[in-house]
Design a protein around this ligand. Structure first.
Ligand SMILES: [Zn+2]
Ligand SMILES: [Zn+2]
Length: 303
């Protein structure tokens, strides 16, 4: 599985990145399947540097704050008003129950028709996996001040060189404060893409909204994840502070999401480290990360 960061700035777009949007790709033995986790403010433009939007197989929305869903409005225009015709099925959108109405309201469309001609809206059911191509995506309800908010556990099963299937796991926290459901969602994940919007000390008066670096690290340790990729850091939060906090509570590899970077998501227990993959399948070799993860010399001993 391959994760490309389209947007990772917390709460609203920053000068260097749109708000939340992650392109996830996996190979089913025939073709690459491409899905989005969130499509937040400003993401639609940058997204087109990395993929033809007509090649997307579905969009999976964690919750309905604008920094996670608002570019569905722009995508609706791209689908409905392409002078050459969209030429595809309606775009699959999985999200909270209010997604269709919220988008219609945002655009000023009548609720009844709304964006239904463009999107096949489906609703999450807590802990019920959604299968699409090589992916299985399971939503876990998390702690955030909005009616429905989910962490998404994405499992991708891809064939390796001998044709046998191997599964890798990416968990995306969505927006959340510490909660047992987040640990459940991230249990043993090969990569934990986790928000860290708050700072210890500065934001102690606000609970039930976001994680700090320290709380993200603790969740990574409690869930026994292989690697921690911090994200959703707003422009007013210092990245070094967040990383140093995470190091206090997690001793595995930590990195910070950067817009435009692609990360390989590997099943460590099945394939070993990315550096020693002589017999790995083509799809996974292509996914090899192009940067080293600090502190990944040894696997997380607390798994
Ligand atoms: Zn957010
Ligand atoms: Zn939010």
């Amino acid at each position: 599985m391959k994760l490309t960061i389209i947007g990772c700035t917390g709460s609203f777009p920053g000068p260097g990145s749109p708000a939340s949007c992650y392109l996830v790709t996996a190979f089913d033995g025939t073709r690459d399947w491409k899905i989005l986790l969130d499509l937040g403010s400003g993401a639609l433009g940058v997204l087109q540097r990395y993929v033809d939007i007509k090649d997307l197989d579905g969009i999976f929305i964690s919750h309905l704050h604008p920094d996670h869903c608002m570019d569905l409005c722009g995508m609706h225009v791209a689908i409905r008003w392409d002078p050459n015709g969209w030429g595809r099925e309606r775009m699959l959108v999985h999200g909270p129950a209010a997604t269709a109405d919220r988008m219609a309201t945002a655009y000023g469309l009548p609720l009844e028709e709304g964006m239904h001609p463009d999107y096949d809206f489906q609703h999450w059911k807590s802990r019920q996996p959604v299968k699409i191509g090589p992916f299985s995506i399971t939503p876990y309800p998390v702690l955030h001040p909005i009616e429905e908010s989910y962490a998404l556990r994405v499992e991708a099963t891809e064939p390796v060189a001998d044709g046998s299937p191997q599964t890798s796991v990416l968990t995306y926290s969505g927006d959340t404060d510490s909660c047992p459901e987040l640990i459940e969602a991230a249990q043993g994940a090969d990569m934990f893409l986790c928000e860290a919007a708050f700072e210890e000390g500065r934001d102690d008066g606000i609970t039930g909204v976001h994680l700090t670096g320290k709380r993200a690290g603790q969740a990574a340790t409690d869930a026994g994840v292989e690697r921690l990729l911090l994200t959703h850091i707003p422009v007013w939060t210092d990245i070094n502070t967040v990383v140093n906090e995470a190091k206090e509570t997690y001793d595995g590899g930590i990195a910070v999401a950067v817009s435009g970077v692609t990360y390989g998501v590997f099943s460590g227990s099945q394939l070993g480290t990315p550096k020693s993959l002589p017999t790995a399948p083509v799809s996974i070799v292509r996914s090899a990360p192009n940067r080293e993860w600090p502190g990944t010399k040894t696997r997380n001993p607390r798994r």
